[in-house]
Every structure is written in structure tokens, then in C-alpha cells.
Design a protein around this ligand. Structure first.
Ligand SMILES: [Zn+2]
Ligand SMILES: [Zn+2]
Length: 307
């Protein structure tokens, strides 16, 4: 080999190495490994507006549950609070541009979840309604079923592990998985949903207590999420250590009424959430809590008393 050729080979190798190093630094820089992560993340999260990406509204309905999810123009409503909240929920949905409900989920036949849904069904076309049972002794569930008959909406019992899409978000039915026929276990019939959007995920457990949490965990469902809605309004018998250990939520939203008669959320639940290092949002203290995500960043907006 000619000496000059070897020197030029060496030089081109050197240049290639330098280019590779510079590219590495650029790539690492772009991956936020040089200290600007927090700032960039904050700017990204601050720029999110209600209605962007996947928006989850934990609507303040006093002592009860009502959560609206919107994504790519699609809508999912989980529960509707008690009957006295029905028209408030309808107003909230209309104010947020909801024209129809692609999916409505009545998690379980208890008044504080289905009481307001009769009014909702009378005001919005509902494409799919999921309920854990098609009949119940609960008077408010019967009123909902009557409204559905009038409005020609079918009650569908979803299968565990089935999935449906909400725009680009994917919704998975994790529960119920067991046979909970007796009335004292109505909370454990709750339809439990996991929602994934990009890298972000949410878990909605209705009023599921330990029995249902255990059934879901024993079935090896993936429950690891960013945002958990505390089961049963933060009651002591829900949001157990085992669920928290596997879910590792960064945030937890508790839907309960101010000075409610049940003592929700329970001190022990709050203490478990502290141990799990989850940031807690509460509708009794902060009103409606909205979480917006573009699949990467998350932003929480509260009606009052920002955390
Ligand atoms: Zn309940
Ligand atoms: Zn409840």
C-alpha cells in the first residue's frame, strides 16, 4: 500500500470517528440527558390544553364517580354520579363539546355511579353501553335500563381482557373477572378499565375492593400505570398495598364528596398512597380534576386549589 494512501485512510477513519462522536453527543442531547430534561418536560406539559391528545376529566359530582375521556374526537364516559348530578353532568359534557358518547360505562349498579346516567342517556346518543349485569335490584340501575329502552340503547356486558379503541387510545377491560352475585359484593362487580395512550396509561377501578383487585392481580393483568383512580372513593377496602406495589402510579385521583358521610378517603388509604409516593388529587378539595396527555407529557388542571 502506498504510504500516502494509508495516511489518507487514517485521516478518513479519524473524521468518521469524530462525526460519530458528534452525532452521539447530538443524539444524547436530544434525549435530554444533559440537564434540560425537567425544563423541557415542563414546557411540553405546560403547552397542553384541555381537549388535546387524551384528556381525562374527573368530574366533581360530590359523593360519586363520573369520568369523561376524550381522544381524537371520540368520547368515553365512565359513570354519571347520583341522580341529582345528572343535569350537571349533561351541562359539563355539552360545555366540553360532547355531541355523542361513543362508549358509556356504568361500572356497577350503585346510585352514586348510575343515578345520573338516565339523564345522560336521554341527552346524548350512546353508541355502546357497557354494564357488568343486564338486570339489578338497584332502583337507579332500573331507571337507567328504562331510559335505555326508550332511547333504544342496548346493555352490553363486556368480556374481561376485551379491548376497544378510543381514537388512538386503547382501552382494555381488566374486570370484573370473578362471579360476584351477592348484593354485599356489588362493588366487586365494577367494570375495571385500563387506558393506554402513547407512553401514558390510566387505571379506572370503579368501586372495586380487595377481592376484585386480587382477582385482577392473580390473573396477571398489567396494572402498571401513570395515573390511578382510587377505588371506591378512597375507601379503606380499596387501593390495597398489593395493587399499589404493582401499579406504581405517579398520580392518584380520588373522587369523593366534601365532608361525606362515609369518611372517604380513609386515612389508611391516604397513608398507603403516601408510601407509594403518588401525588394525590381530590375532587372534594380541588373540584373537577383534568389530566391531559400527548402520550408523553402529562398535565393536571384543577378547578380550585391547584396542588
Ligand atoms: Zn359502589
Ligand atoms: Zn361509589
Amino acid at each position: 500500500m502506498h504510504p500516502n494512501q494509508s495516511e489518507s485512510n487514517f485521516r478518513s477513519h479519524l473524521i468518521a470517528i469524530v462525526i460519530a462522536l458528534v452525532s452521539c453527543v447530538a443524539v444524547l442531547g436530544a434525549m435530554n440527558l444533559f440537564g434540560v430534561t425537567a425544563e423541557q418536560r415542563k414546557a411540553q406539559s405546560d403547552s397542553l390544553k384541555i381537549g388535546d391528545g387524551l384528556t381525562v376529566h374527573y368530574i366533581d359530582v360530590g359523593q360519586g364517580d363520573c369520568t369523561l375521556l376524550t381522544c381524537d374526537g371520540k368520547t368515553l364516559l365512565i359513570d354519571g354520579g347520583s341522580e341529582d348530578q345528572g343535569s350537571r353532568v349533561v351541562r359539563y359534557l355539552k360545555a366540553n363539546g360532547v355531541k355523542q358518547l361513543d362508549v358509556l360505562v356504568a361500572t356497577h349498579p350503585h346510585r352514586d355511579h348510575v343515578g345520573g346516567l338516565g339523564t345522560v342517556v336521554q341527552n346524548f346518543p350512546v353508541k355502546t353501553l357497557y354494564t357488568p349485569v343486564t338486570e339489578s335490584e338497584n332502583a337507579w340501575f332500573q331507571k337507567l335500563a328504562d331510559a335505555c329502552k326508550t332511547m333504544n340503547v342496548q346493555l352490553t356486558v363486556p368480556k374481561a381482557d376485551s379491548t376497544f379503541s378510543l381514537g388512538k387510545a386503547k382501552v382494555t377491560v381488566l374486570g370484573p373477572r370473578g362471579q360476584y352475585e351477592t348484593l354485599e359484593n356489588v362493588n366487586n362487580m365494577s367494570i375495571v378499565l385500563r387506558v393506554d395512550y402513547g407512553d401514558r396509561s390510566f387505571l379506572f377501578t370503579g368501586d372495586a375492593e380487595y377481592d376484585e383487585e386480587t382477582a385482577i392481580l392473580d390473573a396477571k393483568c398489567i396494572v402498571d400505570v401513570d395515573v390511578l383512580k382510587a377505588g371506591h372513593h378512597g375507601s379503606e377496602d380499596s387501593t390495597g398495598s398489593r395493587l399499589l406495589h404493582e401499579a406504581t402510579p405517579d398520580y392518584c385521583v380520588i373522587s369523593c364528596g366534601e365532608n361525606n358521610d362515609y369518611g372517604h378517603p380513609h386515612d389508611n388509604t391516604l397513608s398507603r398512597l403516601r408510601d407509594a409516593k403518588a401525588t394525590v388529587y381530590r375532587t372534594d378539595e380541588q373540584g373537577t380534576v383534568v389530566c391531559i396527555t400527548d402520550g408523553t407529557a402529562l398535565r393536571f388542571v384543577t378547578e380550585k386549589n391547584a396542588a
